[in-house]
Design a protein around this ligand. Structure first.
Ligand code: GYE
Length: 328
């Protein structure tokens, strides 16, 4: 009898241990099955409706971050640099996991970068390089805007246009995109003896402001034979002004039109011979930033400065197939 009671006690003890072990396994399973908390990415974007490029860029972030399971906190500076700075500091206060900044201005980001560093939040530049020393940011995924401009200058030189009189329609003053593209044409003009007859930056890269500026220039009687527009929207605005004044442009026209961004609709204009050249500036940074964050999450070393590979499209060589294959 005693043996039976002791073996029952042993069996109960063993079952109890198994149950505990099972529970701990269960609790391990429950821990294992617990959804990891979503990564929160703060994005300091320039303006919501700045350009077709910006629209594609914002869409790229939202789609890629959603697919990656990130929580996105996107804010828009709407042309106000000081607002972007305070928005960035607010996102740091909210302890986002990553801070992605697309600066309206290149300068003035040191304090934000230091705050992010003190908070242990990786600071990532996207689109536009900011004036920060390498110790103040984690990584950069940007375009080389001066290189884009140099591509256009080399192309223009090869056209061998007599007596180049250039209208420069710049983007937002102080953005790295405007600074780089403007530097390239200004250096190119002085190196090649070209005459820049108009050189103004349009607030917000605005198409309507560009159209009005060219219309006023035409009305003033100023002659020009090249339009160097720092994005597609401003190039379209310039063409609208030339249409209204009966000035021909493009492949068979009196004025050569150079644009930047290479939106699909703009490449249709290159194909139609309305734009002579369009230099690509690829806005699809979403997947690039996800790849970067995933590498950082995995503890991998990432490239500090990644420039996006970009091409350019000439009205003499572009094809419908090239246009059809474009994704933005
Ligand atoms: O060229 C313009 C956009 O930062 C490269 O900003 C970007 C520029 C782009 O509004 O269309």
């Amino acid at each position: 009898m005693k043996k039976l009671i002791s073996s029952v006690l042993v069996l109960m003890l063993v079952l109890g241990l198994v149950a505990c072990g099972g529970n701990s396994a269960g609790s391990e399973d429950s821990e294992a099955s617990a959804e990891p908390s979503a990564i929160t990415v703060g994005v300091v974007q320039t303006n919501a409706n700045e350009s077709d490029w910006r629209t594609a860029n914002t869409k790229s972030f939202n789609e890629a971050f959603s697919a990656a399971g990130y929580e996105t906190k996107m804010v828009f500076g709407e042309g106000d640099h000081a607002k972007q700075i305070s928005q960035a500091q607010q996102l740091i206060q909210e302890e986002v996991d990553y801070l992605v900044v697309l600066g309206l201005q290149s300068a003035g980001w040191e304090d934000v970068a230091k705050s992010a560093q003190e908070a242990g939040i990786p600071f990532i530049m996207a689109d536009r390089k900011l004036d920060l020393s390498e110790d103040l940011y984690t990584a950069m995924v940007c375009s080389d805007f001066e290189a884009e401009g140099k591509k256009a200058v080399d192309w223009l030189k090869a056209q061998a246009i007599d007596d180049c009189k250039i209208v420069v329609l710049g983007g937002d003053t102080g953005s790295s995109a405007q600074l780089g593209r403007s530097k390239a044409i200004e250096d190119g003009a002085s190196a090649n003896g070209w005459d820049i007859v108009f050189n103004q930056n349009m607030k917000g890269w605005d198409e309507t402001l560009a159209k009005q500026a060219v219309a006023d220039l035409i009305a003033s009687g100023k002659e020009f034979n090249v339009v160097y527009a720092e994005n597609d929207n401003m190039a379209r605005g310039a063409c609208d002004a030339m249409d209204a004044a009966g000035i021909t442009y493009g492949k068979d026209g009196d004025v050569t039109v150079i644009a930047f961004d290479a939106n699909k609709w703009a490449l249709e204009k290159v194909l139609a011979g309305e734009f002579n050249l369009d230099v690509e500036c690829n806005p699809l940074h979403g997947p690039r930033i996800v790849k970067l964050i995933n590498s950082l999450e995995a503890g991998e070393t990432v490239e500090k400065n990644a420039y996006v590979d970009e091409e350019m499209f000439d009205c003499d060589t572009i094809t419908q197939a090239i246009v059809d294959a474009r994704t933005y």
